[in-house]
Design a protein around this ligand. Structure first.
Ligand SMILES: [Mg+2]
Length: 260
């Protein structure tokens, strides 16, 4: 197997400022939705299939964000949130339904969505490289546990991942340092020996940095909105393909793995 991502030229110190004194990296944690798995495309396509309209995503996203916040705050569980979110959304578009019909719509929507999940193209080469380099790997998610593990397994990612940290099981959601620390403990490393990568600047990257880890914000260029705070101390990457070079630049002892 070839590892074409090993750096052949000096690293770009401007892109990857060395912010850490430590020189050991033993683990990399990843957010799941929209970091490893293209959740938004699947969810958007499922909504279009269920409603026959392609202009409803912004409203769906807004209603969902508000309801997810209640889950993160511990005010709702995920099944209740899904049903209430969908009922509120349908009412907003002039289709008020009963709790029963909202639950039925949600089950159908979720089934359509699950059938179209896909792994981003840059994921498997990155995970393969990390495995070959001897780096432990965790997934850290605020979404509910059972379906996240099933999703990882069904898409062939479970074999790469040593530990899955689930907010509902840990009792804390990102950006609470507790969930990041629980992942590090499960991987038997200190926070300073681990990086967390995710698509949400504050929830993932800044949260991980505040927990004493490396924080990397993955912005594949489709989101906009958030801007990197110069004082936030996080790294910004546009693709997971950047991770091997970034790690080799930052950690002298983490060389490019030998081909297996
Ligand atoms: Mg995410």
């Amino acid at each position: 197997m070839e590892f074409a991502l090993a750096p052949t030229e000096p690293c770009d110190a401007q892109s990857y400022p060395n912010m850490w004194d430590g020189s050991v990296l033993r683990a990399v944690c990843f957010d799941i939705d929209d970091t490893l798995i293209d959740f938004t495309s699947a969810s958007r396509d499922a909504l279009t299939a269920m409603t026959g309209r392609d202009d409803l995503w912004p409203l769906w996203d807004c209603v969902t964000e508000a309801h997810v916040a209640m889950v993160v705050a511990g005010d709702l569980d995920y099944p209740t949130m899904h049903r209430r979110r969908t009922k509120e959304f349908l009412a907003e578009i002039g289709m008020p339904v009963s709790d029963h019909d909202a639950a039925r719509f949600e089950r159908s929507r979720a089934a359509v969505m699950r059938s179209s999940f896909r792994v981003f193209d840059d994921v498997l080469p990155c995970l393969d490289w990390l495995r070959a380099a001897g780096v432990s790997i965790a997934a850290v998610t605020n979404a509910s546990g059972s379906h996240q593990r099933a999703k990882l397994d069904s898409l062939g990612l479970g074999r790469f991942i040593d530990h899955v940290a689930i907010a509902g099981e840990v009792g804390a959601a990102k950006p609470d340092p507790m969930i990041f620390h629980s992942a590090c403990a499960a991987l038997d490393c200190e926070p300073s020996e681990a990086m967390h990568v995710g698509d949400r600047l504050r929830t993932d990257a800044i949260g991980a940095r505040a927990a004493g880890m490396w924080g990397a914000w993955l912005n594949r260029g489709e989101q906009g909105g958030d801007a990197v705070d110069a004082d936030s101390g996080v790294l910004r990457i546009a693709s997971l393909a950047e991770i091997p070079e970034l790690l080799v630049c930052e950690f002298a002892q983490l060389g490019a793995p030998e081909p297996r």
